[in-house]
Design a protein around this ligand. Structure first.
Ligand SMILES: NC(=O)c1ccc[n+]([C@@H]2O[C@H](COP(=O)([O-])OP(=O)(O)OC[C@H]3O[C@@H](n4cnc5c(N)ncnc54)[C@H](OP(=O)(O)O)[C@@H]3O)[C@@H](O)[C@H]2O)c1
Length: 253
Protein backbone atom coordinates (compact mmCIF):
# COMPACT_ATOMS: atom_id res chain seq x y z
CA UNK A 1 0.00 0.00 0.00
CA UNK A 2 1.17 3.51 -0.65
CA UNK A 3 -0.16 7.00 0.00
CA UNK A 4 0.91 8.07 -3.46
CA UNK A 5 -0.31 6.68 -6.78
CA UNK A 6 3.29 6.95 -7.98
CA UNK A 7 5.83 6.20 -5.29
CA UNK A 8 8.64 7.73 -7.34
CA UNK A 9 6.86 11.03 -8.02
CA UNK A 10 8.47 14.35 -7.12
CA UNK A 11 5.64 16.32 -8.74
CA UNK A 12 5.14 19.68 -7.04
CA UNK A 13 8.05 19.25 -4.64
CA UNK A 14 10.58 22.05 -4.25
CA UNK A 15 14.15 20.87 -4.78
CA UNK A 16 17.41 22.66 -4.15
CA UNK A 17 20.32 21.27 -6.17
CA UNK A 18 23.86 22.47 -5.60
CA UNK A 19 26.36 22.03 -8.40
CA UNK A 20 23.62 22.51 -10.99
CA UNK A 21 25.97 24.20 -13.47
CA UNK A 22 27.83 21.00 -14.37
CA UNK A 23 28.02 17.22 -14.39
CA UNK A 24 25.97 15.21 -11.96
CA UNK A 25 24.26 18.15 -10.23
CA UNK A 26 23.17 19.54 -13.59
CA UNK A 27 21.86 16.18 -14.78
CA UNK A 28 19.90 15.57 -11.59
CA UNK A 29 18.54 19.15 -11.50
CA UNK A 30 17.24 18.54 -15.02
CA UNK A 31 15.80 15.13 -14.13
CA UNK A 32 14.00 16.50 -11.07
CA UNK A 33 12.53 19.41 -13.07
CA UNK A 34 11.41 17.13 -15.87
CA UNK A 35 9.80 14.86 -13.27
CA UNK A 36 7.69 17.80 -12.06
CA UNK A 37 9.69 19.26 -9.17
CA UNK A 38 10.31 23.00 -8.97
CA UNK A 39 14.09 23.20 -8.93
CA UNK A 40 16.44 25.84 -7.59
CA UNK A 41 19.94 25.32 -8.99
CA UNK A 42 22.97 26.76 -7.22
CA UNK A 43 26.61 27.10 -8.34
CA UNK A 44 29.10 29.91 -9.00
CA UNK A 45 28.86 30.19 -12.79
CA UNK A 46 25.81 32.30 -13.61
CA UNK A 47 26.02 31.71 -17.36
CA UNK A 48 26.25 27.94 -17.01
CA UNK A 49 23.26 27.99 -14.64
CA UNK A 50 21.28 30.08 -17.12
CA UNK A 51 22.17 27.62 -19.88
CA UNK A 52 20.86 24.79 -17.69
CA UNK A 53 17.64 26.71 -17.06
CA UNK A 54 17.17 27.51 -20.73
CA UNK A 55 17.61 23.86 -21.76
CA UNK A 56 15.37 22.41 -19.05
CA UNK A 57 11.63 21.83 -19.22
CA UNK A 58 9.75 22.71 -16.05
CA UNK A 59 9.89 25.31 -13.32
CA UNK A 60 13.47 26.24 -12.50
CA UNK A 61 15.39 29.07 -10.86
CA UNK A 62 19.10 29.80 -10.80
CA UNK A 63 21.01 31.19 -7.84
CA UNK A 64 24.64 32.02 -8.58
CA UNK A 65 26.53 31.63 -5.31
CA UNK A 66 29.86 30.48 -3.94
CA UNK A 67 29.34 27.59 -1.52
CA UNK A 68 32.81 27.45 -0.07
CA UNK A 69 32.01 29.28 3.17
CA UNK A 70 29.74 27.26 5.45
CA UNK A 71 29.06 30.43 7.47
CA UNK A 72 26.97 31.52 4.48
CA UNK A 73 24.67 28.48 4.64
CA UNK A 74 21.81 30.33 6.32
CA UNK A 75 21.85 33.05 3.68
CA UNK A 76 22.04 30.48 0.85
CA UNK A 77 19.05 28.63 2.34
CA UNK A 78 17.10 31.89 2.58
CA UNK A 79 17.82 32.65 -1.09
CA UNK A 80 16.96 29.07 -2.11
CA UNK A 81 13.48 29.49 -0.62
CA UNK A 82 12.72 32.72 -2.50
CA UNK A 83 11.62 31.36 -5.91
CA UNK A 84 9.24 28.56 -4.86
CA UNK A 85 9.12 28.44 -1.03
CA UNK A 86 10.97 26.16 1.36
CA UNK A 87 12.78 23.29 -0.40
CA UNK A 88 11.73 19.80 0.72
CA UNK A 89 14.51 18.15 -1.26
CA UNK A 90 18.22 18.96 -1.06
CA UNK A 91 20.60 17.38 -3.55
CA UNK A 92 24.03 18.55 -2.43
CA UNK A 93 26.17 17.77 -5.47
CA UNK A 94 28.64 20.69 -5.52
CA UNK A 95 32.14 19.39 -4.99
CA UNK A 96 35.78 19.60 -5.98
CA UNK A 97 38.82 17.33 -6.05
CA UNK A 98 42.15 19.16 -5.85
CA UNK A 99 43.97 15.87 -6.59
CA UNK A 100 46.78 16.71 -4.20
CA UNK A 101 48.62 13.60 -2.98
CA UNK A 102 49.48 13.29 0.70
CA UNK A 103 52.93 14.88 0.31
CA UNK A 104 51.52 17.84 -1.59
CA UNK A 105 48.34 18.74 0.30
CA UNK A 106 48.21 22.45 1.10
CA UNK A 107 46.22 23.94 3.94
CA UNK A 108 44.26 25.98 1.44
CA UNK A 109 43.44 22.90 -0.66
CA UNK A 110 42.46 20.98 2.45
CA UNK A 111 40.18 23.73 3.77
CA UNK A 112 38.49 24.43 0.45
CA UNK A 113 37.79 20.72 -0.11
CA UNK A 114 36.50 20.03 3.38
CA UNK A 115 34.43 23.24 3.53
CA UNK A 116 32.77 22.75 0.14
CA UNK A 117 32.44 18.94 0.06
CA UNK A 118 31.63 18.26 3.70
CA UNK A 119 30.80 21.32 5.82
CA UNK A 120 28.47 23.08 3.39
CA UNK A 121 26.26 20.04 2.69
CA UNK A 122 25.76 19.74 6.45
CA UNK A 123 25.15 23.40 7.27
CA UNK A 124 22.93 23.91 4.24
CA UNK A 125 20.90 20.85 5.24
CA UNK A 126 20.72 22.13 8.81
CA UNK A 127 19.41 25.49 7.54
CA UNK A 128 16.81 23.79 5.31
CA UNK A 129 15.60 21.27 7.90
CA UNK A 130 13.16 23.63 9.69
CA UNK A 131 11.25 24.08 6.41
CA UNK A 132 11.20 20.31 5.80
CA UNK A 133 10.20 19.64 9.39
CA UNK A 134 7.28 22.08 9.10
CA UNK A 135 6.01 20.04 6.13
CA UNK A 136 6.73 16.73 7.88
CA UNK A 137 8.56 15.56 4.76
CA UNK A 138 12.07 15.97 3.46
CA UNK A 139 14.78 14.26 1.42
CA UNK A 140 18.47 15.05 1.68
CA UNK A 141 20.87 13.47 -0.80
CA UNK A 142 24.59 13.89 -0.20
CA UNK A 143 27.44 12.71 -2.44
CA UNK A 144 29.79 10.01 -1.28
CA UNK A 145 32.30 8.28 -3.56
CA UNK A 146 34.36 5.15 -4.01
CA UNK A 147 36.81 7.25 -2.00
CA UNK A 148 34.44 7.09 0.98
CA UNK A 149 35.78 3.57 1.44
CA UNK A 150 39.09 3.28 -0.35
CA UNK A 151 42.16 5.36 -1.13
CA UNK A 152 43.02 6.68 -4.57
CA UNK A 153 46.35 8.43 -5.24
CA UNK A 154 45.89 12.20 -5.11
CA UNK A 155 42.69 11.92 -3.12
CA UNK A 156 43.83 12.78 0.38
CA UNK A 157 41.53 15.73 1.15
CA UNK A 158 38.82 14.53 -1.24
CA UNK A 159 38.81 11.09 0.40
CA UNK A 160 38.67 12.67 3.84
CA UNK A 161 35.65 14.70 2.77
CA UNK A 162 33.91 11.70 1.22
CA UNK A 163 34.63 9.40 4.16
CA UNK A 164 33.15 12.16 6.28
CA UNK A 165 30.09 12.38 4.04
CA UNK A 166 29.28 8.70 4.61
CA UNK A 167 29.37 9.01 8.40
CA UNK A 168 27.78 12.47 8.45
CA UNK A 169 24.89 11.13 6.37
CA UNK A 170 24.26 8.42 8.97
CA UNK A 171 24.42 10.99 11.77
CA UNK A 172 21.99 13.37 10.03
CA UNK A 173 19.63 10.44 9.46
CA UNK A 174 19.84 9.50 13.13
CA UNK A 175 18.58 12.94 14.12
CA UNK A 176 16.17 14.00 11.39
CA UNK A 177 14.45 10.82 10.12
CA UNK A 178 11.77 10.87 12.83
CA UNK A 179 10.63 14.19 11.36
CA UNK A 180 10.01 12.52 8.00
CA UNK A 181 13.35 13.65 6.62
CA UNK A 182 15.29 10.80 5.01
CA UNK A 183 19.00 11.38 4.54
CA UNK A 184 21.03 9.22 2.17
CA UNK A 185 24.18 9.43 0.09
CA UNK A 186 24.66 8.53 -3.55
CA UNK A 187 28.11 7.13 -4.24
CA UNK A 188 28.75 7.29 -7.99
CA UNK A 189 31.44 5.18 -9.59
CA UNK A 190 33.26 6.85 -12.51
CA UNK A 191 31.09 9.28 -14.49
CA UNK A 192 32.54 11.62 -17.15
CA UNK A 193 32.28 15.19 -15.83
CA UNK A 194 34.57 18.20 -15.39
CA UNK A 195 35.63 16.70 -12.04
CA UNK A 196 36.76 13.43 -13.60
CA UNK A 197 38.34 15.06 -16.68
CA UNK A 198 41.83 13.87 -15.68
CA UNK A 199 40.55 10.29 -15.25
CA UNK A 200 38.67 10.08 -18.55
CA UNK A 201 41.46 12.02 -20.32
CA UNK A 202 43.67 8.98 -19.72
CA UNK A 203 42.17 6.28 -21.95
CA UNK A 204 44.09 3.47 -20.28
CA UNK A 205 42.92 4.53 -16.82
CA UNK A 206 39.31 4.94 -17.98
CA UNK A 207 39.40 1.45 -19.51
CA UNK A 208 40.87 -0.01 -16.32
CA UNK A 209 38.08 1.59 -14.29
CA UNK A 210 35.47 0.21 -16.67
CA UNK A 211 37.03 -3.27 -16.40
CA UNK A 212 36.87 -3.08 -12.60
CA UNK A 213 33.06 -2.82 -12.67
CA UNK A 214 30.84 -5.90 -12.79
CA UNK A 215 28.90 -4.43 -15.72
CA UNK A 216 32.02 -3.68 -17.78
CA UNK A 217 31.64 0.03 -18.47
CA UNK A 218 31.93 3.39 -16.75
CA UNK A 219 28.88 5.38 -15.71
CA UNK A 220 26.57 7.31 -18.02
CA UNK A 221 24.71 10.25 -16.51
CA UNK A 222 21.30 8.63 -16.96
CA UNK A 223 22.42 5.76 -14.71
CA UNK A 224 22.11 8.11 -11.72
CA UNK A 225 18.61 9.41 -12.45
CA UNK A 226 16.60 6.42 -11.21
CA UNK A 227 18.55 6.06 -7.95
CA UNK A 228 18.29 9.82 -7.37
CA UNK A 229 14.52 9.90 -7.97
CA UNK A 230 14.21 6.93 -5.61
CA UNK A 231 16.05 8.82 -2.85
CA UNK A 232 14.10 12.06 -3.52
CA UNK A 233 10.62 10.51 -3.46
CA UNK A 234 8.21 8.53 -1.28
CA UNK A 235 9.75 5.35 -2.69
CA UNK A 236 12.57 5.73 -0.15
CA UNK A 237 10.34 6.40 2.84
CA UNK A 238 11.93 3.60 4.93
CA UNK A 239 15.46 4.11 3.63
CA UNK A 240 17.69 6.45 5.60
CA UNK A 241 21.32 6.75 6.65
CA UNK A 242 22.47 4.68 3.67
CA UNK A 243 25.21 5.03 1.10
CA UNK A 244 23.92 3.81 -2.25
CA UNK A 245 26.75 2.90 -4.61
CA UNK A 246 25.81 3.51 -8.23
CA UNK A 247 29.04 2.19 -9.64
CA UNK A 248 28.23 -0.70 -11.97
CA UNK A 249 29.47 -3.03 -9.26
CA UNK A 250 32.95 -1.48 -9.01
CA UNK A 251 32.87 -1.74 -5.23
CA UNK A 252 31.53 -5.29 -5.33
CA UNK A 253 34.69 -6.72 -6.96
N1 LIG B 1 31.91 12.30 -11.57
C1 LIG B 1 32.12 11.24 -10.84
O1 LIG B 1 32.52 10.19 -11.33
C2 LIG B 1 31.89 11.29 -9.35
C3 LIG B 1 32.18 10.14 -8.59
C4 LIG B 1 31.95 10.13 -7.22
C5 LIG B 1 31.43 11.26 -6.62
N2 LIG B 1 31.16 12.37 -7.36
C6 LIG B 1 30.63 13.54 -6.66
O2 LIG B 1 29.51 14.04 -7.34
C7 LIG B 1 29.41 15.44 -7.12
C8 LIG B 1 29.31 16.16 -8.46
O3 LIG B 1 30.53 15.97 -9.15
P1 LIG B 1 30.67 16.11 -10.73
O4 LIG B 1 31.47 14.95 -11.19
O5 LIG B 1 29.36 16.36 -11.34
O6 LIG B 1 31.62 17.39 -10.83
P2 LIG B 1 31.58 18.70 -11.75
O7 LIG B 1 31.03 18.40 -13.10
O8 LIG B 1 32.96 19.27 -11.64
O9 LIG B 1 30.55 19.64 -10.98
C9 LIG B 1 30.88 20.21 -9.75
C10 LIG B 1 29.85 21.25 -9.41
O10 LIG B 1 30.24 21.87 -8.18
C11 LIG B 1 30.13 23.26 -8.33
N3 LIG B 1 31.07 23.94 -7.47
C12 LIG B 1 32.42 23.74 -7.38
N4 LIG B 1 32.97 24.63 -6.52
C13 LIG B 1 31.93 25.40 -6.06
C14 LIG B 1 31.85 26.50 -5.17
N5 LIG B 1 32.93 27.00 -4.56
N6 LIG B 1 30.64 27.06 -4.95
C15 LIG B 1 29.54 26.59 -5.58
N7 LIG B 1 29.55 25.54 -6.42
C16 LIG B 1 30.74 24.96 -6.66
C17 LIG B 1 30.47 23.52 -9.79
O11 LIG B 1 29.89 24.73 -10.22
P3 LIG B 1 30.66 26.11 -10.46
O12 LIG B 1 32.03 25.78 -10.96
O13 LIG B 1 29.80 26.82 -11.45
O14 LIG B 1 30.67 26.79 -9.12
C18 LIG B 1 29.77 22.36 -10.46
O15 LIG B 1 28.42 22.66 -10.70
C19 LIG B 1 30.65 15.83 -6.31
O16 LIG B 1 30.32 15.89 -4.94
C20 LIG B 1 31.60 14.69 -6.55
O17 LIG B 1 32.51 14.54 -5.51
C21 LIG B 1 31.40 12.42 -8.71
Amino acid sequence: MTDSPNRFSVEGRVACVTGASSGIGRALATALAEAGARVVGIARRAEALEAWRAETDGETAAIPADLVDPAEAGEIARRAAEPFGDPEILVAAAGINTRQAADDVTLDGWRTTLDLNLAMPFFLAQALVPGMRAKGWGRIVTFASLQSERAFHGGLAYGASKGGIAQMTRAMAETWSRDGIMVNALAPGFFPTELTGPVFGDAERAAANAAQTCIGRNGEMDDLVGPALFLCSDASRYVTGQVLFVDGGYSAK
